[in-house]
Design a protein around this ligand. Structure first.
Ligand code: ADP
Length: 448
């Protein structure tokens, strides 16, 4: 039992949105219902009070009219009839006279002819009203609905109590109005519940999406863990192969014929290719999952530019290319991830060397407005205007006679472009097919 409870609790904790839906479902109609109840009951109370006051007021007026007619019952009856005609709210009006030393009362005029000359049923009530100067008032109900009954004594000009006026005011109209209001608010309540049900169903669909998204996120995380684990596992044997190939190539007492040397070179190249591919796939997965670590800092880029050129020099020499530089001398400060910027620059220099058969590669730095520019220019195969449009797409490789022997994944430029965007910079390209290419990194300068 406890287990089920704690399971339910942890499920709700993880999916707070469900709790929100349930509370929405209960709270909105409840708030509406309570609001209706408060408004209706205070409305009813007010109407009751108004009617009661009205009855007392009417009684005071009637008292003055019948004061002088207590002994003339015919005149009294005609006054009662007239009052009844003029006031639609009054449902019963009777004038009572005390008898037997004010112990009992008799109805001497009434709007109900059957009551004339009769003794009222409730003599105690009349006695109570007789003895209380402010009279008595109470709410009662008959087959016609609720009414206020007010009984009060009245006096002659010498201030001697001479009789009782009993008046009943109907609450029929106001009760009908209240009933109508309650009916309307109930309809609105039902509509509100319907809207809430619709909202909650929609919410349920949203919960479904949230659930699927969280599952997808989990799968994505698992994929990420798998890729990083797989790349690590793949790299270990690759490093071993690389090491043994190096040993073969450098072992002094081992003489290898031309073919064997050629094979070893091919193995070495393939290993390097595989290594780069693994690294690229790892980065693609991190970029797509928005999990590529970027550590921004403010620094002078001159050092990493020089370092990158030096690291690529041996590759340029191997291809008989001149790797030169033309660097901006004034120190500047930029905000970027130092290692990632170096990674991008090395990728551009490596491409320049890779896609240049003869000639040179030049790395130049400059300042333009508030940007620091690093341009890698080569005298290589160049890129047509058409290919330039797709250059930064994932896995895009230009396929022609000049590129068919060059190894690559088509991921380098896409990765570089994604990284530079995360550093608020950009990469632009200018190229003429057969003449060469200029790739430029633009990075915002930090103003002092
Ligand atoms: P890869 O070099 O691994 O194929 P990249 O994303 O780095 O992938 O480059 C995409 C394509 O752009 C390359 O296949 C190549 O055709 C072209 N390219 C990149 N740099 C140059 C360059 N400096 N000169 C000519 N073509 C280039």
């Amino acid at each position: 039992m406890q287990q089920v409870f704690s399971k339910a609790l942890s499920f709700i904790k993880e999916n707070l949105i469900i709790l929100y839906s349930i509370s929405l479902f209960i709270l909105i109609p409840a708030a509406f219902f309570i609001n209706n109840y408060i408004i209706n009951s205070s409305y009813e109370k007010n109407i009751d009070l108004i009617t009661q006051r009205k009855a007392v007021l009417a009684e005071n007026i009637i008292k003055n009219m019948v004061q002088n007619q207590i002994s003339d019952t015919a005149a009294l009856q005609s006054s009662v009839n007239r009052i009844m005609q003029e006031n639609g709210d009054i449902i019963l009006l009777s004038i009572l006279k005390p008898q037997n030393a004010q112990e009992e009362f008799e109805i001497i005029a009434s709007s109900d002819p059957n009551l004339i000359n009769q003794k009222p049923k409730d003599q105690i009530q009349n006695l109570l009203a007789w003895n209380k100067p402010e009279g008595i008032a109470f709410l009662d109900r008959n087959t016609d609905g609720r009414f206020w009954k007010v009984t009060k004594s009245f006096s002659d000009i010498l201030n001697q109590k001479i009789g009782l006026i009993e008046i009943s005011f109907s609450l029929k109209d106001s009760d009908a109005l209240i009933e109508k209001t309650i009916y309307k608010s109930n309809i609105i309540l039902i509509l509100t519940i319907l809207v809430v049900v619709l909202l909650v169903t929609n919410q349920a669909r949203l919960i479904g999406y949230v659930w699927t998204t969280s599952k997808l996120k989990e799968i994505d995380k698992m994929k990420d863990v798998f890729i990083s684990m797989a790349s690590h596992e793949l790299r270990s044997p690759l490093t071993a192969i690389k090491g043994y190939v190096d040993l073969f190539q450098t072992k002094k007492d081992l003489t290898l014929d031309q073919d064997a040397n050629h094979y070893l070179k091919n193995i070495s190249l393939s290993v390097e290719r595989l290594d780069n591919l693994i690294e690229d796939i790892l980065e693609v997965s991190q970029i797509e999952g928005n999990r590529l670590p970027i550590e921004m800092s403010v620094f002078n880029p001159a050092v990493i530019v020089s370092q990158s050129i030096e690291e690529m020099r041996s590759q340029a020499i191997q291809k008989n290319l001149v790797l030169s530089s033309n660097l901006f001398q004034t120190p500047v400060q930029i905000k970027a991830d130092e290692n990632r910027l170096k990674q991008i620059l090395i990728n551009l220099i490596s491409n320049a060397i890779k896609y240049t058969k003869k000639g040179s590669v030049e790395v130049a730095t400059d300042i333009k407005k508030d940007k620091f520019l690093i341009t890698v220019a080569d005298s290589g195969i160049g890129i047509s205007a058409e290919d330039q449009i797709n250059l930064f797409q994932k896995f895009y490789r230009i396929k022609n006679k000049e590129t068919e022997d060059i190894i690559g994944t088509g991921l380098g430029l896409w990765i570089s472009n994604e990284i530079i965007k995360r550093m608020r910079g950009k990469i632009t390209v200018e190229s003429i097919k057969g003449v060469g290419s200029h790739f430029t990194i633009h990075i915002p300068i930090v103003k002092k």
